[in-house]
Design a protein around this ligand. Structure first.
Ligand code: F6P
Length: 372
């Protein structure tokens, strides 16, 4: 597109990758409005970078213009208007060879060329650790790229918190409140499985806030007998109900994470740990036990005020970062401001729950057990 002065406009591409999180649309809106405000154009890349890699899949094109109207009224809506995917990491893209075998190949050069072909001068990539790793690789290949951290799991390093986490936490806590009354009424044990592959932030914070009696997280391998002992002790004290919150990535001491399936081109799909724990606790305590898996409910819904504001701030900061000539950095919350962290640094390690953090200590002080 050419502006009135006859010069091509600066073009920003936006991509959302990985599992969705409440607040993605708020970032998109902030990027679009901040870009238009600067006289730039904005274009949405469909489904992560699939809009570049497989444009024929999209009748309206894999890269679509985003106007003021495109982002009107979307701040409070979950999901992402440009789509996302956690299949087909471009750095390890699953491809079927002539021998019928599926192998992985690096398609990042195709993205570099595709972005140039669409005339995109800079890209804002919104995602979790996978998306930030892809962004870092593209930055090394010369793409002008800014990362925006998102994940309900809050396991991205370099930022105090990611948007999506507060919304997931608020919903998980509300569910625990609801489950507590029915557990009390029926004198049951209720096991609540929440998301959290590598980090137990949701389980920990919701568990403390929602009066759980046991919290099992990936960072602390558990012994089921210790959880059962806690339930029995409560019974002996006259409280014949208990709430056990389990992160999907929790593992028994000496055991493995519970995997549903592992398809080439995506992370292992976790699940089943809640069921296993519920079954074992019923056996060990003889108390009627029920399982509730919150799963993808945690990823939906309207972002909380905190997440909306953080997402809008991240979107505006990412646009400013482009204007300031930054590249290869991720915007990060560093209260009271937002700073830029090199993508290489943000992706070095996963932000897991420190075993001596105040929340873990608070939980222990409240008598909540971790099964260790
Ligand atoms: O968004 C991260 C996450 O919530 C993980 O906790 C979970 O393992 C994963 O997404 C599940 O993603 P999906 O079912 O979309 O593959």
């Amino acid at each position: 597109m050419i502006n009135r002065e006859g010069t091509p406009r600066f073009r920003v591409g936006i991509s959302t990758g990985g599992g969705d999180a409440p607040g993605l649309n708020a970032v998109i809106r902030a990027v679009v409005l901040s870009s238009l405000h600067r006289g730039w154009e904005c274009h949405g890349i469909r489904d992560g970078f699939h809009g570049i890699l497989a444009p024929k899949q999209y009748p309206n094109g894999g890269v679509i213009p985003l106007y003021r109207d495109s982002v009107r009224g979307i701040t409070h809506i979950g999901g992402t208007i440009i789509g996302t995917t956690n299949w087909g990491n471009p750095l390890h893209y699953p491809t079927t060879g002539s021998d019928g075998q599926v192998y992985e190949r690096d398609r990042s050069d195709e993205i570099v060329n595709g972005l140039a072909a669409h005339g995109l001068d800079a890209v804002i990539s919104i995602g979790g650790d996978g998306s930030m790793t892809i962004a870092a690789a593209l930055a090394r290949k010369g793409v002008r790229i800014i990362g925006v951290p998102k994940t309900i799991d809050n396991d991205l390093d370099g930022t105090v918190v990611t948007f999506g986490f507060d919304t997931a936490l608020a919903f998980a806590t509300e569910c625990l409140d609801r489950l507590l009354s029915t557990a009390q009424a029926h004198q049951r044990v209720i096991v609540v499985e929440v998301m959290g592959r590598y980090a137990g932030w949701i389980a920990l914070n919701a568990g403390i806030s929602g009066s759980a009696n046991a919290i099992l997280i990936p960072e602390i391998p558990y012994d089921i007998n210790k959880v059962a002992a806690k339930i029995k002790k409560r019974e002996a004290d006259g409280r014949c109900y208990s709430i056990v919150v389990v992160a999907e990535g929790a593992t028994p001491a000496g055991g493995d994470v519970s995997v549903v399936e592992h398809e080439l081109g995506r992370d292992k799909r976790l699940g089943g740990i809640g069921e296993r724990i519920a079954h074992e606790l019923q056996e060990l305590t003889s108390r009627e036990t029920r399982l509730v898996v919150l799963g993808h409910l945690l990823r939906g819904g309207s972002p909380t005020t905190f997440d909306r504001l953080l997402a809008l701030r991240f979107g505006a900061a990412a646009t400013r970062a482009i204007e300031e000539g930054q590249s290869g950095v991720m915007v990060a919350l560093d209260p009271p401001g937002v700073r830029y962290v090199p993508l290489e640094e943000a992706t070095k390690r996963m932000k897991t729950v420190p075993l001596d953090c105040d929340s873990v200590r608070t939980a222990r002080d409240l008598g909540i057990v971790f099964g260790d």
